[in-house]
Design a binder for this molecule. Structure first.
Ligand SMILES: NC(=O)c1ccc[n+]([C@@H]2O[C@H](COP(=O)([O-])OP(=O)(O)OC[C@H]3O[C@@H](n4cnc5c(N)ncnc54)[C@H](OP(=O)(O)O)[C@@H]3O)[C@@H](O)[C@H]2O)c1
Length: 277
């Protein structure tokens, strides 16, 4: 059996088959790290592994549904079987849904809690204690500017990202004295499959906000994490959005966001004016 001192430290990226997670894997690979790529799609993971190797890293892949209740124990067993330990955890797997909470399928909305909150917290609890014991490494969590305010017509998504921001900030404080970093990166819209799949890009808000490139977000996120930052908000427009969301009274923020995220087909009380399409 391999003793824990013989295990090689890896950067474990959850949600590494596409988008921001895959971009962070490429950035981390440039420092010749071992990268463990985790998601459900084996073909996309294989393509991501090739990118990691090209960038100078050593890649391992595991196809895993993070919604499975034993996902974190299976991941840990995979790492141990390959002589690895989780030195850095990147929680990038996540999804959102645009629409009225009363109309969207309940199971799909509850899945947002299961993935964006429960799986992220479960993985963090599985690997953070080892980092603290070794006094190195950390966790990089994908939040969002959506985490700065409640978000009508994307209620579950905004609430889940609020959890990520709060949870990350609290853990950052708990572990920073041990040489361990917990960073939350909170981007605005990023050009990935997320915008189409969530339906967010059909809302007026996402049509007007500028979209960042996943590589840019990954660079900022990784650099911020490496310098021990609690929060990274990449780009001017996301910083401005986060600032406005923080200073605006909640009553005004929810009305504004409700207006720009609502579409005409969403349910509306009798006697109200027409909506935004
Ligand atoms: N794009 C944006 O505008 C934006 C803005 C702010 C924050 N974010 C956040 O950034 C993170 C990454 O988003 P993205 O834009 O990169 O999204 P994306 O392109 O849709 O990628 C999502 C990743 O999560 C993985 N995933 C989803 N469900 C999974 C499951 N059940 N088990 C395992 N893996 C799963 C997907 O892989 P498989 O499908 O292969 O499993 C994929 O690798 C998310 O947390 C998102 O909320 C995104």
């Amino acid at each position: 059996m391999t003793s824990s001192s013989e295990l090689r430290s890896a950067v474990v990226v959850l949600g590494a088959s596409r988008g921001i997670g895959r971009a962070i894997a490429r950035v981390a690979a440039r420092e010749r790290n071992i990268i463990v790529l985790v998601a459900r799609s084996p073909e996309e993971l294989a393509a991501a592994a090739t990118e990691v190797e090209t960038a100078g890293g050593e890649a391992f892949t595991i196809a895993l549904d993070l919604l499975a209740s034993d996902a974190s124990s299976r991941l840990e067993a995979f790492l141990t079987a390959n002589g690895l330990t989780c030195g850095v955890l990147v929680n990038s797997a996540g999804y959102g849904l645009r629409g009225a909470a009363t109309s969207l399928p309940a199971d799909d909305q509850l899945g947002i809690i299961d993935l964006n909150i429960r799986a992220l917290a479960d993985m963090t609890l599985r690997f953070l204690p080892g980092m603290v014991a070794r006094r190195s490494g950390g966790v990089l969590n994908l939040g969002s500017v959506a985490g700065f305010t409640p978000g009508p017509y994307m209620a579950f998504y905004y609430a889940s990202k609020s959890f990520v921001r709060s949870f990350s900030a609290a853990l950052h404080e708990e572990v920073r004295g041990f040489g361990v970093t917990v960073t939350c990166v909170a981007p605005g819209p990023v050009s990935t499959d997320f915008l189409e799949k969530s339906g967010a890009n059909r809302a007026a808000l996402f049509k007007v906000l500028p979209k960042l490139d996943a590589d840019y977000v990954a660079e900022r996120a990784w650099r911020g994490f490496k310098s021990g930052r609690r929060l990274v908000v990449p780009g001017i427009s996301a910083k401005l959005t986060a600032f406005i969301a923080t200073v605006l009274p909640t009553a005004a923020a929810v009305r504004l966001i409700g207006r720009v995220q609502r579409r005409s087909r969403d349910p509306r009380p009798h006697g109200s004016g027409s909506g935004i399409s």
